[in-house]
Ligand binder design. Structure first.
Ligand code: NAP
Ligand code: GLV
Length: 310
């Protein structure tokens, strides 16, 4: 039995293979497409796999996403329902996401990107100066990443609310649950952070209606998936002045195509899907542990619900 690594970028393929073998030097790891015995593969570690690739492994039992999200795997309709899908839950990944969000929230509070632009124009122009208590944060998706960000932002003095599918208790943070409470959640949000998984229910959720429910001057941060956002609705909300700006780390098409209106928009900050990048060294232990659990017939960790899509 063997693991196959299916990752597009050559540099990451090698990093993963090295990190997995560092955990267990005897581990049978192959790196797609250089797989000599497809029949031996029962476990795949994948990030943005080519459509249909899993059909090449007739004895595949587990697909492990190399990231927190599994949308890039579940979009392949050919994956047998018998195959178990897992995702990454990792302290470093969580820490990095929260750090990124804190950086962007402070950038908004103190107009830091605006000063970069003004510097290039040699303009001394003091502007927006908000304090933590003046920026109510609303986090859509109160899972592993959302809860960590919520707790740390609250510690910094921000009023924080969360929104999730099911009700939950998160120390000192009000979490509103379900579609029925979305509007109420949005009405109390000055900085909206999207940390939802991409599912049939959440696709296009950052749309005109959502933006309209936010107070005037709100700021939107999307670090989840590009398909959460209806791009033209964001542009219209910025154009009308209802939204003050947006920070986007993820896009419908990645890399964001040349000439896309987001690139040069004065109120949009773009980062190239780097809010939080999986560290193979940090995550390899959980992947190898799951591989050994599979071999022993034990339940796996971080299994996702095929039905819920996350
Ligand atoms: P998670 O632990 O599975 O949490 C997902 C949260 O979303 C849960 O609170 C869930 O509600 C909520 N949710 C799901 N469907 C919903 C719906 N229809 N309505 C309301 N809430 C809903 O996921 P995670 O580990 O925090 O990761 C979240 C996402 O972040 C990933 O899926 C990925 O797309 C993205 N991500 C991006 C980067 C980056 O670099 N940009 C890095 C890592 C992850 P319940 O709690 O009720 O189930
Ligand atoms: C990154 O986008 C992830 O899902 O981990």
């Amino acid at each position: 039995m063997a693991i196959v690594v299916i990752v597009q970028h050559e540099i990451f393929r090698q990093k993963w293979a090295t990190a997995l073998q560092a955990q267990d030097p005897g581990l049978p790891v192959s790196v797609y497409p250089e797989v000599t015995d497809s029949g031996a593969v029962d476990f795949a570690l994948a990030w943005r796999p080519p459509q249909g690739v899993f059909n090449r492994f007739p004895n595949l039992k587990v697909i492990a996403s190399a990231g927190a999200g599994v949308d890039h795997i579940l979009k392949d309709p050919d994956i047998s329902p018998e195959i178990t899908i897992t995702r990454v839950v990792d302290r470093q990944l969580t820490h990095d996401m929260t750090s990124y969000l804190i950086a962007q929230v402070y950038g908004y509070l103190r107009n830091l990107p605006g000063y970069h632009d003004l510097q290039r124009q040699e303009k001394w122009q003091p502007g927006k100066y908000l304090m933590e208590r003046q920026a109510r944060i609303g986090i859509m998706g109160m899972g592993v990443l959302g809860q960590d960000a919520a707790l740390k932002l609250r510690q910094l003095g921000f009023p924080v609310k969360g929104w999730s599918r099911s009700p939950k208790e998160v120390a000192g943070i009000e979490v509103l649950a379900g579609e029925a409470r979305l509007k109420e959640f949005l009405q109390h949000t000055d900085v909206l952070i999207c940390l939802l998984p991409l599912t049939a229910k959440t696709r296009n959720i950052l749309n005109r209606q959502t933006f309209q429910a936010l107070p005037g001057g709100a700021f939107v941060i999307n670090v989840a998936r590009g398909e959460h956002l209806v791009e033209e609705d964001l542009l219209a909300a910025l154009e009308s002045g209802h939204l003050a700006g947006a920070c986007l780390d993820v896009f419908r098409e990645e890399p964001l195509p040349q000439g896309h209106p987001f690139w040069r928009h004065p109120n949009i900050i773009i980062t190239p899907h780097v809010a939080s990048i999986t560290s193979p060294e940090s995550v390899a232990p959980q992947i190898v542990a799951n591989y050994h659990r599979l071999q022993r017939g034990e339940p796996l960790q971080n299994v996702v619900s095929r039905q819920a899509g996350y």
